[in-house]
Design a protein around this ligand. Structure first.
Ligand code: IMP
Ligand code: MG
Length: 174
């Protein structure tokens, strides 16, 4: 079985929208330092592109999380594969994600982070599939709401492939 990738959001559209969101974040955080927390691996491309366009001071950290197997997924428990390197206590933390789907990963992660007493905690996502939500998650900045389709590119993978695509595409199995 082979697959093709249909363009859903072009490189130009994605770049333009990231610049807009970066402007909004820069205004909202005026006079403060944003501590960007990139959720690996998918969030890495978005984090880089977004951070380059912020006009406020930025610091960065990276976390890597993965969901447990299908049978335990409904518990919403995710495994922390790589934890924070730096304490977030008293910092203005902005979590940067590739996509909010069921919301389970972010729901867990935000609770975990809240317990570490950041000064503020906000969430910025490149993509949101609202139709798929199982657990409520408050998203502060969303670049695009998309339909319930499996997407790749800009950090998102299908079996570890396509993360490097400079656009967002839908995987179609032939
Ligand atoms: P959750 O269901 O909101 O917990 O999302 C968990 C993770 O599933 C996301 O962070 C992505 O890494 C992955 N994911 C969800 N939807 C897609 C998709 O359409 N393409 C690629 N990865 C996805
Ligand atoms: Mg992710």
């Amino acid at each position: 079985m082979s697959e093709t990738v249909r363009v859903l959001l072009s490189e130009e559209e994605v770049d333009k929208r990231i610049a807009e969101i970066a402007g909004q974040i820069s205004r909202d955080y005026e006079g403060r330092q944003v501590h960007m927390l990139c959720v690996l691996k998918g969030g890495v491309f978005f984090t880089c592109e977004l951070s380059k366009r912020l006009t406020v001071p930025v610091s960065m950290d990276f976390m890597c999380v993965s969901s447990y197997g299908a049978d335990t997924k409904s518990s919403g428990v995710v495994k922390i594969v790589k934890d924070l390197d730096h304490s977030i206590k008293g910092k203005d933390v902005l979590v940067v994600e590739d996509i909010v789907d069921s919301g389970r990963t972010l729901n867990y992660l935000l609770e975990y982070l809240k317990n570490q007493e950041p000064k503020s905690l906000r969430l910025c996502t490149l993509l949101d599939k609202p139709d798929r939500r199982v657990v409520n998650v408050e998203v502060d900045y969303t670049c695009f709401h998309i339909p319930d389709e499996f997407v790749v590119g800009y950090g998102l993978d299908y079996a570890q492939k396509y993360r490097n695509l400079p656009y967002i595409g839908v995987v179609e199995l032939d």
